[in-house]
Design a protein around this ligand. Structure first.
Ligand code: SAH
Ligand code: SF4
Length: 449
């Protein structure tokens, strides 16, 4: 690509999910290819990209503070708004004086035209994941996000993602495998495969044999599902871990559970958003499963892999959620003994089916319900974590701070490594055996074994 913008600087502000973080890494790679240099100060950068999240009102509200502040303190900066809110007409109206370029995520490859010519690209929601071909500037040297697709077809009634990102499109298995092979070759130790619903993955290539280092080869006209993709990535040689999210309870198959069990590089951590433990609410949410199905699924996973940690998402105060219905979610939390959960207070989102329902649970009541779930979670997570005491576990060291190392184990738990001998060689980016000596609700402490 032509380098035509020497010495200009950029800054990226990322709000929201892993997918947004990964998209920002791609935007950074793209801009550096154009000759831009990273500037950590948004108030002196030539170009500021705000990668927005519209999943909750609270995430949306943040940009109404951030963007006008940048425009005021750094009026010469070109402000690019991308991500979930880039297609929202009401947001465009509200920020039209402050934002220079509106960039739907799939249009990232066209950003150079907009920077140079103020040439307006047609604002159609392209169903493409071509932008995923852009090479990321990974923000970590150890752990990388590798998107396997984009968009969602599920239309959960509260969720804006299918409107904001469009329908599901998946990346060819060949591209994914090659990206992972390259990452492993240069020393990456953790690969995070991400998509809104990984379980619906289908490879888009149906012919052309391709050669990879993976022991498994894709042959003619064989469609690959997520289980097949995991097997391919698992068979890439090298010492690394594989994580994936997000799974949907309606789509997690027995085949997938079996494959995860057999793939030794796949981490023992399943993130499975329940959203609610009440059948009527689940139906109103258009989740297409019951609480009973969810519980059975977790039991199946735990039977196949007893050492797996299970994390979830839940929404409290969905329109019409009664105390009894909420109590079913609280029961689910007690019974499933989650290791971690992201609990959100429901907020109506424009364009969703639930937008038309009466948001009749008060803010205070939502807060109470959220605190209630967090109390249960802290207890179950702490009880789960106690079982690690005395065990020797493998830790991927992610960094060093104030005289301790920190990292993660295969189940996704954070570990702090205390009292290691000063002068010990740099362990960042290495797998190290650690004896767990202390546990907290959301973390463990250990010593090098
Ligand atoms: N694809 C994932 C998550 C997508 S959004 C899934 O299927 O679960 C991330 C989380 O945000 C959701 O799991 C949900 O718990 C929360 N969320 C989405 N829309 C919301 C809304 N309108 N109000 C509150 N929380 C919401
Ligand atoms: Fe949103 Fe549901 Fe799709 Fe997840 S599965 S992104 S919650 S619509």
């Amino acid at each position: 690509m032509v380098r035509f913008m020497k010495h200009k600087t950029y800054n990226i502000i990322t709000l929201g999910c892993q997918m947004n973080k990964s998209d920002s890494e791609r935007i950074a790679g793209y801009l550096e290819n154009l000759g831009y240099k990273l500037n950590n100060d948004r108030y002196s950068s030539d170009l500021v990209v705000v990668n927005t999240c519209g999943v909750r009102q609270s995430a949306e509200d943040r940009i109404y503070g951030i963007i006008p502040r940048i425009k005021k303190k750094n009026p010469k900066a070109k402000i690019v708004l991308t991500g979930c809110l880039s297609n929202r007409e009401d947001v465009k109206k509200r920020l039209k004086e402050k934002v220079d370029i509106w960039l739907p995520t799939v249009q990232i490859p066209n950003l150079k035209y907009q920077i140079t010519n103020k040439f307006q690209i047609p604002n159609n929601k392209s169903q493409s994941c071509g932008y995923l071909k852009i090479k990321s500037k990974y923000s970590s040297m150890i752990s990388a996000f590798v998107p396997i697709g984009n968009g969602c077809n599920n239309f959960c009634s509260y969720c804006v993602v299918p409107m904001a990102r469009g329908g599901e499109v998946y990346r060819p298995a060949k591209d994914i495998v090659q990206e992972v092979e390259n990452l492993v070759k240069i020393g990456y130790k953790e690969i995070n495969l991400i998509a809104q619903n990984v379980n619906s993955y289908k490879s888009q290539i149906t012919n052309n044999k391709f050669q990879t280092n993976s022991k498994l080869q894709i042959t003619n006209s064989k469609q690959i599902n997520f289980s097949g993709l995991l097997q391919m990535i698992n068979s890439i040689s090298g010492n690394f871990w594989i994580r994936f999210s997000t799974s949907h309870p309606k789509d997690m198959s027995d085949e997938l559970i079996k494959i995860i069990t057999n793939c030794k590089k796949v981490c023992r951590h399943i993130h499975l958003p329940a959203q609610s433990g009440d059948n009527e609410i689940l139906k109103k949410m258009n989740r297409n499963y019951t609480a009973g199905h969810y519980k059975k699924l977790i039991k199946k996973i735990r039977r196949a892999m007893p050492d797996t940690s299970i994390t979830t998402d839940a929404i409290v105060g969905f329109p019409g959620e009664t105390r009894e219905q909420f109590n079913n979610t609280a029961e689910l939390f007690k019974e499933m003994k989650f290791d971690m959960a992201y609990v959100s207070k429901y907020s109506p989102r424009p364009g969703t089916a639930a937008e038309n329902l009466d948001d009749n649970v008060s803010r205070e009541e939502k807060k109470k319900r959220e605190e209630n779930l967090m109390r249960i979670l802290r207890k179950t997570a702490w009880e789960n974590n106690k079982q690690y005491i005395g065990e020797i576990v493998e830790v991927l060291i992610e960094g060093e701070k104030n005289n301790f190392y920190f990292g993660k184990i295969k189940t996704g738990k954070s570990v702090r490594i205390m009292n290691y001998e000063l002068g010990i060689r740099n362990l960042v980016g290495k797998f190290v055996k650690v004896k767990i000596i202390k546990s907290r609700d959301f973390g463990l402490e250990g010593e090098i074994a």
